[in-house]
Design a protein around this ligand. Structure first.
Ligand SMILES: Nc1ncnc2c1ncn2[C@@H]1O[C@H](COP(=O)(O)OP(=O)(O)OP(=O)(O)O)[C@@H](O)[C@H]1O
Ligand SMILES: [Mg+2]
Length: 222
């Protein structure tokens, strides 16, 4: 369901030089497949997730999600495609500060253009242990609680592909397993492909497939 071919991405350094971050010959993920993406800090994991989600565009190469090469889309088309097909747990959460936990999850459904299912939204929040915090706004939630809201939001629109960037970085061991279970079970139930970036071996080891980006990225990031 996901196919990358000859994907290259560079950034412009503050001094104007070119900084190659990604050079990936081939990367593939099957329908409903689950994997962990590992690799040291700065090796390009978030950059790769952004390219797959269509948040940023590679300099060259193909990024096929389902039958569509999203590099051929305009930015507006990519935004729409992402809202409908992709769930994203941001490393920095990106919750909307003016809305409650429950409203943030409901907005995930609304952006996807799907139907607003309050019962499902509540159920998702309960599954990550936030049944008692539904009407709190992000500023009234702990960092780990915000992270769990963002996991619930990513599953809200029943995507085909879920990308989670360090979804357990800010939660304790108990909630870590709760978050991993919800991501894995939620994706398995709906045959959603799942890619989890993690620095936590206990999380990575739960996946049969563990890819180290440094092993298939030909751009060597200094
Ligand atoms: N907009 C940008 N301009 C210039 N360099 C950037 C930009 N964004 C990222 N980089 C550089 O690209 C490299 C990869 O960044 P990325 O965020 O993908 O790493 P990562 O593997 O997700 O790291 P971490 O595990 O710490 O989150 C870093 O060295 C970073 O400094
Ligand atoms: Mg990152």
């Amino acid at each position: 369901m996901l196919d990358l071919r000859d994907v290259k991405k560079s950034f412009t350094e503050p001094d104007g030089g070119e900084l190659p971050i990604l050079d990936i010959e081939e990367f593939h993920l099957d329908e409903g497949e689950q994997m962990a993406l590992v690799g040291r800090s700065g090796c390009g994991k978030t950059t790769l997730l952004y390219v797959i989600a269509g948040i940023s565009r590679p300099d060259s190469g193909m990024v096929k999600v389902g039958q569509w090469d999203i590099t051929l889309f305009t930015e507006a088309e990519r935004d729409r495609f992402r809202a409908e097909q992709i769930g994203y747990v941001f490393q920095t959460f990106n919750l909307l500060p003016g809305f409650t936990a429950l409203e943030n999850v409901l907005l995930g459904m609304r952006f996807a253009g799907g139907h607003i299912d309050r019962a499902r939204a509540k159920h998702l929040l309960e599954r990550v242990g936030l049944g008692h915090r539904m009407t709190h706004r992000p500023g009234q939630l702990s960092v780990g609680e915000q992270q769990r809201v963002s996991v619930a939001r990513a599953l809200a629109n029943q995507p085909r592909l879920l990308l989670a960037d360090e979804p357990t970085a800010n939660v304790d061991a108990g909630h870590q397993q709760q978050v991993v279970d919800m991501l894995r079970d939620g994706c398995r139930e709906d045959n959603v492909a799942l890619m989890v970036v993690t620095h936590t071996p206990e999380v990575a080891n739960q996946f049969d497939r563990r890819d180290n980006l440094e092993h298939f990225n030909r751009a060597v990031v200094a």
